[in-house]
Design a protein around this ligand. Structure first.
Ligand SMILES: Nc1ncnc2c1ncn2[C@@H]1O[C@H](COP(=O)(O)OP(=O)(O)O)[C@@H](O)[C@H]1O
Ligand SMILES: [Mg+2]
Length: 505
C-alpha cells in the first residue's frame, strides 16, 4: 500500500472524533488524522500540502462548517470536503454541495462514512488524472503550435470520404486565410499561383482518386501580390476505419529557402562570369606580350629573307650564303612556333582539368611571358625556385591565371619605371608548396588586407577588382590559401599554398 491517507478533521467533540477514526479503520482506510477545532487551527492545517481529505463537523462552538468549506474552496479547491454532522438540514446540505462540498454524512448514519470517503478519494484521483492529461494535452498543443510557427510548417487533415479539411493555425497563416472560414479544395486552388494551378489540380485529383499521398512544391499568390513557395507533403493515415481514407499532411513555407537558393545561384553565375572576364583581360595582357615577343623572330626572318635575295642576285649566286639565310629563317620560324606553343595552354580549353603540375615550370613560362611587359616598365623579374619542389594536382590554366594576376598586380604597383618583382617557390615544413610574389612597389596605404580580396575592390582607375578575388577562389578550390602582407621595406608580398600531391616532379 502507499502511505496512509492524511485526513484533516474539524471536530470539537473528542468522542465523535474517535468514533470517526474507528469507522474509517473498520472500513479499511489506513489513515492519519489531524484534528482541529478552531478557525485558526483549520487555516493553519490547510497549508499542509500532505492533506488528502477534509472531514468537517457543521456546528462548532467557535467556528462553523460553511465558513470552513468556503476557506477550503479558496485555499485547496481540489481537496475532497465531506461534512460529518448531526444537524445538517437538507437546505444547508444542498447549499454546501453547491459551494463545493463533495458529500455529507449524518452522524446518525455513519455507516456511509467509509464508502463516502472511498468515493471522494476515487473521484479526486480521477479529477487529478483528468487535469494532468488536459495539462499535458494543452502543453503539447502549445509546443506543437510554437514549433509550427517556428518552422513555418502547418498541418492539415483531409477526409477523402466526406471532403472535410482541417487546417492548423499555421496553415491558415501560410495561406493567409481567415481562421474562421472552413478550408476547402477550392480555397487551396484559388490561393495557388495561376501558373501552378493546373499542376496543383492534378495533384489534388490524383490524391483523391487514388486515395494516396503526395509531395509537391508550388507557388501561392497572396492578396497583396506577393508570391510564396510552399512544399506540401501528405500521406494516407492509418485511421481506425480502413474504408475511410484520411490524408494527413504538412505545408511548409519555403519562400526564404527558395529566395536564398536563387540568390546563391545568381551569385555563382556572376562569379563564373567575372572569372571569365578576368581570364579574358589576362589573355589580352598576354597577347600584347606575345605580339611583342613574336616580333623579334619575324624581324629576324625579314632580315634573313632580304639578305637571301641579295645573295641570289649575285653573279654567280652565292648559294652557300643563301643556304645560311634560309636556315636562319627556319630557326626564327621555329622560335615563333615555340612561343605560340608555350602560350597555347592559356587560350585553350575552357573546362577545368586537374593533373599533376610542375609548378616551377608554370612559373617559368609566366615569367617569360611577362618579361616584356615588365622590362617596358623598367622592372626586373627575379625568380628563386626550389628545384626539389614536389608536384601538385591542379588545373594548369587556373594556376597560370593566379600567377598572372599576382605578377601583373606587382608590376602595376611599381609605376615609376623601376623596381623588382621576385617570385619564389619552396616547400613548407608541413609539406605544402608555398609560392610568393613580392614587389618593391607602393605597398598598402591603409587598405585593409582582407578587403583587397573582395570582388570589385580596386584602387586603380582601370581596375576591375576581380584579380585577387578570382585568384583566392581558385587557390581555395585547390585546397590552399592565398594571403597578402606588407613588406618591411617597400612593397607587398602575396603568398599562396597548395597541397603536395605526394609525387616528385
Ligand atoms: N602588389 C600590390 N601592391 C599594392 N596593392 C595591391 C597589390 N596587389 C593588389 N593590390 C590592391 O588590391 C586591389 C585589388 O587587386 P585586384 O583584385 O587584382 O584588382 P585590380 O588589379 O583590378 O585593382 C588593387 O586595386 C590594389 O589596391
Ligand atoms: Mg589585378
Amino acid at each position: 500500500m502507499t502511505s496512509p491517507l492524511h485526513i484533516l478533521l474539524l471536530e470539537d467533540d473528542a468522542s465523535d472524533a474517535e468514533l470517526i477514526q474507528g469507522l474509517l479503520e473498520a472500513g479499511h482506510i489506513v489513515c492519519e488524522v489531524t484534528r482541529v477545532q478552531t478557525r485558526a487551527e483549520f487555516v493553519a492545517a490547510l497549508k499542509d500540502s500532505g492533506i488528502d481529505l477534509i472531514l468537517a463537523d457543521y456546528k462548532l462552538p467557535s467556528f462553523d462548517g460553511l465558513s470552513a468549506l468556503n476557506l477550503a474552496m479558496n485555499e485547496r479547491p481540489d481537496l475532497p470536503f465531506i461534512f460529518v454532522s448531526g444537524t445538517l438540514g437538507e437546505e444547508v446540505a444542498i447549499e454546501a454541495v453547491k459551494i463545493g462540498a463533495t458529500d455529507y454524512v449524518l452522524k446518525q448514519r455513519l455507516s456511509r462514512l467509509a464508502p463516502s470517503v472511498q468515493r471522494a478519494l476515487r473521484e479526486a484521483r480521477e479529477r487529478a488524472e483528468r487535469k494532468r492529461v488536459e495539462e499535458a494535452l494543452h502543453r503539447s498543443e502549445m509546443y506543437l503550435a510554437e514549433a509550427q510557427r517556428l518552422s513555418h510548417t502547418g498541418s492539415f487533415g483531409w477526409d477523402l470520404a466526406t471532403g472535410e479539411i482541417h487546417w492548423s493555425d499555421e496553415t491558415y497563416r501560410i495561406f493567409e486565410c481567415d481562421p474562421t472560414t472552413r478550408p476547402s479544395v477550392q480555397m487551396v486552388v484559388d490561393r495557388t499561383h495561376p501558373d501552378d494551378r493546373m499542376h496543383v489540380r492534378q495533384v489534388i485529383d490524383r490524391a483523391s482518386t487514388e486515395q494516396s499521398g503526395f509531395n509537391t512544391e508550388h507557388r501561392l499568390l497572396m492578396a497583396n501580390g506577393a508570391v510564396k513557395y510552399v512544399q506540401v507533403v501528405a500521406h494516407r493515415a492509418a485511421g481506425e476505419d480502413p474504408e475511410r481514407a484520411l490524408l494527413i499532411g504538412a505545408v511548409t513555407d519555403i519562400t526564404e529557402r527558395k529566395r536564398a537558393e536563387q540568390e546563391r545561384e545568381r551569385l555563382r553565375e556572376l562569379e563564373r562570369e567575372l572569372a571569365r572576364i578576368n581570364r579574358v583581360s589576362m589573355m589580352g595582357e598576354l597577347a600584347a606580350s606575345l605580339a611583342h615577343e613574336i616580333k623579334q623572330p619575324i624581324a629576324a626572318m625579314m632580315v634573313n629573307a632580304e639578305a637571301g635575295l641579295q645573295w641570289i642576285r649575285h653573279e654567280p649566286p652565292e648559294l652557300e650564303e643563301v643556304r645560311r639565310t634560309l636556315s636562319g629563317i627556319i630557326n626564327a620560324a621555329k622560335r615563333s612556333a615555340s612561343i605560340i606553343d608555350r602560350n597555347r595552354s592559356l587560350y585553350g580549353r575552357g573546362t577545368p582539368q586537374r593533373e599533376p603540375i610542375d609548378l616551377n615550370g608554370v612559373i617559368r613560362e609566366i615569367v617569360v611571358m611577362l618579361r616584356d611587359t615588365a622590362s617596358r616598365n623598367g622592372i626586373l623579374i627575379r625568380s628563386e625556385l626550389d628545384p626539389a619542389l614536389p608536384t601538385t594536382t591542379a588545373d594548369r590554366v587556373q594556376l597560370q591565371q593566379v600567377l598572372v594576376n599576382l605578377m601583373l598586380n606587382g608590376i602595376e604597383a611599381m609605376p615609376d619605371g623601376s623596381g623588382e618583382l621576385s617570385v619564389a617557390s619552396r616547400r613548407t615544413d608541413d609539406g605544402q608548396l608555398l609560392i610568393s610574389v613580392s614587389d618593391s612597389g607602393i605597398g598598402f596605404s591603409g587598405e585593409n588586407l582582407e578587403q583587397i580580396f573582395a570582388a570589385f575592390f580596386t584602387t586603380k582607375p582601370q581596375g576591375t577588382g576581380m584579380g585577387l578575388s578570382v585568384s583566392r577562389r581558385i587557390i581555395e578550390s585547390h585546397g590552399g590559401r592565398l594571403w597578402a602582407s606588407a613588406n618591411t621595406g617597400r612593397g607587398a608580398t602575396f603568398q599562396f599554398t597548395l597541397p603536395d600531391d605526394g609525387s616528385s616532379p
